[in-house]
Design a protein around this ligand. Structure first.
Ligand code: FE2
Ligand code: FE2
Length: 260
């Protein structure tokens, strides 16, 4: 059995600190073979930078993924190709720098393919079709991996559910991110793919999806832009833990994960 822990979007310093401080305990507690973390909001809520990415890897994270905020930090396009264990969404235009997937290898040689696709419904970045992109990745890389973890970073639940159905039996897991709110629909799809529409976020939960309440509320009330500071208060780590059976070549369990 291989255990895959995915943790949703890390938000700001509170999310980073709480995650890195507790990573060894989380690894021991979950017996995770692979810990995959979305870091798209790690730098003050917007993007990530080289120093944060290196800190995450040094703390023991096996893979870092990104989302629509990939390029929010100035100059990150120059740093990304030099960083290890991090990939940008696979369906951004091919001119975008950075790896489009990772292959993680367990001590026994088991290889896990990891990549992210961005949704196209209610999303900003220019992207290719996430369905065809994911299919192409799985086909083109066949033989180089034993199981695949596919992250769907998207707003619309329908698009995420549809990708899960589309890849059922072809990926070990299809897990959503981006909305920062965990969904209660974790399941094993009929052909053995573990699925959850959104894993939730790793960050402060007292505000509005990681940002300070009054600023977000003010924007909704009067429509004027303002600076959204990172919220404070209780920090939660949210994600899911998947059990993949190498003999059956199927996922057999998925459970929601939370640490607060
Ligand atoms: Fe996002
Ligand atoms: Fe996010």
């Amino acid at each position: 059995m291989k255990k895959i822990l995915f943790l949703g979007d890390v938000v700001g310093a509170p999310g980073r600190k709480f995650l890195m401080e507790n990573l060894a305990q989380i690894r021991a507690g979950t017996q995770a073979d692979f810990i995959i973390v979305n870091g798209e909001n790690a730098a003050a809520g917007s993007g990530i930078n080289a120093s944060i990415a290196r800190d995450f890897v040094a703390s023991g994270i096996d893979a870092l993924t990104l989302g629509d905020h990939t390029w929010d930090q100035r100059g990150f396009e120059n740093d990304l190709p030099k960083l290890e264990k991090i990939c940008r969404p696979a369906n951004l235009p091919e001119e975008n720098p950075g790896a489009t997937h990772l292959i993680l290898t367990a001590p026994d040689g088991f290889r896990l393919l990891v990549f992210t696709v961005l949704g196209q419904t209610f999303m900003g970045p220019k992207t290719a079709c996430p369905f065809r992109c994911a299919e192409k990745k799985l086909t083109e890389l066949a033989g180089t991996f034993d199981a695949a973890f596919v992250e769907i970073h998207a707003e619309a639940t329908s698009e995420k559910v549809a990708l899960g159905r589309f890849l059922d039996g072809r990926a070990a897991a299809v897990v959503g991110s981006h909305t920062h709110v965990p969904t209660a629909d974790e399941c094993i799809l009929p052909a053995g793919t573990a699925y959850q529409t959104d894993a939730g976020m790793c960050g402060p939960h007292s505000g509005v999806i990681g940002r300070e309440t009054q600023a977000v509320l003010g924007r909704f009330l009067d429509g004027r832009p303002r600076r959204f500071e990172i919220a404070d208060g209780e920090v939660q780590l949210n994600g899911c833990l998947i059990s993949y059976d190498e003999t059956l070549k199927k996922s057999v369990a998925i459970e929601r994960f939370r640490l607060s």
